[in-house]
Design a protein around this ligand. Structure first.
Ligand code: NAD
Ligand code: ZN
Ligand code: ZN
Length: 397
């Protein structure tokens, strides 16, 4: 089959790889009909080969039709139209039964050290081949795949149940926005777009989205979200206080995460650090670490005292110094983590099935291209060119 593979930093290509097959009784194989590129893929796209092997198949936002099932896949049937959650969870273990599916103890790779295995996310998360491919082997298929109506509606209505929608739902849940309260969403990529819409849907009084990219602010505005271009204000915290009775928002959602690309210090450091003696490299690494935390620091600055910061952006790598003095002094609550996808899908399925499309699932994708064009699509998405906000790949066109 054809699949999108990582070859090196900012180098991906579509290759012939072996077709997946059933390996465990709880496996299914899905013929992928739509598969999206995520901001989390950009973290892998931008890294050097320390965490990832050349040839790894990327992708964790897939849906399609069940092609084959193992002998222990419960009610799942060949021919079912399914969305595949990005984290692989069993539904039975201690953490899964407490709604912490992203911490599944059955699929976690190193006991206590990492959460659930993920599709297309390298040896750090179980080396499970990803979904930017024509077929996908789905472990724990007795629990994970969500059967959706085969009603002739476009895949995009359901596809984001694999990641973006549950991530946004959890971001809002963890933001503890008081009824009628205010929330600022940093970053209006796919996750931020949906977090802002979910916050409005769930009764926030004021939702403000912050992003430097014009098309992304325009999309948010179409869905009733007030926006700020951080490049046009001298002091973002003070601009946001002006909108929130002088105090700052009750909650801030960080939907950015580390932005290694576009950050000159992080870029330069990644290039040279491997060649330098430790004494020279250490301070550079520290600076790059702080640089990669820019959005998070902004969240701490703008949130009101006693407020909550909900982090859905992914952070990791390098040194991550946190401003403990500020966190302590402002008495902040932080919540974060990978989305527990299956915990929120029962809340979300009725909303995406609703013909009125209250969360605007059909207004997120800006590009639908053949899988064969994925390398170009990665570049466009990373550079935010051509009005690109969400790319969906079609493995069969
Ligand atoms: P994206 O890269 O398209 O979006 C990031 C957005 O942040 C961009 O629009 C960019 O212009 C904006 N941005 C960059 N720096 C900013 C700043 N300082 N202030 C305000 N905006 C800024 O990615 P995405 O697909 O929306 O994903 C966003 C983040 O969420 C990524 O880190 C991704 O890894 C993470 N994520 C986490 C989960 C989870 O389970 N927690 C799931 C999916 C994605
Ligand atoms: Zn994703
Ligand atoms: Zn489990």
């Amino acid at each position: 089959m054809r699949a999108l593979t990582w070859q090196g930093r900012e180098d991906v290509s579509v290759e012939d790889v072996p077709d997946p097959r059933i390996e465990e009784p709880t496996d299914a194989v899905v013929r992928v009909t739509s598969t999206a590129i995520c901001g989390s893929d950009l973290h892998l796209y931008g890294v050097l080969g320390m965490f990832i092997d050349a040839g790894d198949v990327l992708g964790h936002e897939a849906m399609g039709v069940v092609e084959e099932v193992g002998s222990a896949t419960g009610d799942l049937r060949v021919g079912d139209r399914v969305v595949v959650p990005f984290n692989i969870s069993c539904g039975r273990c201690w953490t899964c039964t407490r709604g912490l599916q992203s911490q599944c103890e059955t699929t976690q790779v190193h006991a206590q050290d990492k959460g659930a295995a993920l599709f297309g996310y390298t040896k750090l998360y179980g080396q499970v081949p990803g979904g930017q491919a024509q077929y996908l082997r789905v472990p724990q298929a007795q629990y994970g795949p969500l059967v959706v109506p085969d009603d002739g509606t476009p895949d995009e209505r359901y596809l984001y149940l694999s990641d973006v929608l549950p991530t946004a739902w959890q971001a809002v849940e963890y933001a503890h926005v008081p009824e009628g309260g205010s929330v600022v969403v940093l970053g209006l990529g796919p996750v931020g777009q949906m977090a802002a819409r979910v916050a409005r849907h769930r009764g926030a009084g004021l939702v403000v989205g912050v992003d430097p990219v014009t098309e992304r602010r325009a999309m948010a505005q179409r869905h009733g979200v007030q926006t700020v271009d951080p490049a046009t204000v001298d002091d973002l915290a003070s601009a946001l206080r002006d909108l929130t009775d002088g105090r700052g928002p009750d909650s801030v959602i960080d939907a950015v995460g580390m932005e290694a690309h576009g950050s000159p210090v992080a870029e330069a450091t990644q290039k040279v650090v491997g060649m330098l003696p430790d004494a020279v490299a250490a301070p550079l690494t520290e600076k790059a670490g702080a640089d990669r935390l820019a959005a998070l620091y902004t969240a701490f600055d703008v949130v009101r005292r006693g407020g909550t910061v909900s982090i859905s952006g992914v952070y990791g790598g390098a040194k991550d110094p946190l401003p403990m003095m500020q966190l302590f002094d402002k008495q902040l609550t932080l919540r974060m983590g990978q989305a527990n996808v299956r915990r929120w899908t029962d809340d979300l399925l009725p909303l995406v099935q609703d013909a009125a499309d209250p969360l605007g699932a059909l207004d997120l994708r800006t590009h639908r291209v053949p899988l064969e064009e994925a390398p170009e699509a990665y570049r466009t998405f990373q550079r935010k060119e051509d009005g690109c906000i969400k790319v969906v790949l079609d493995p069969w066109s």
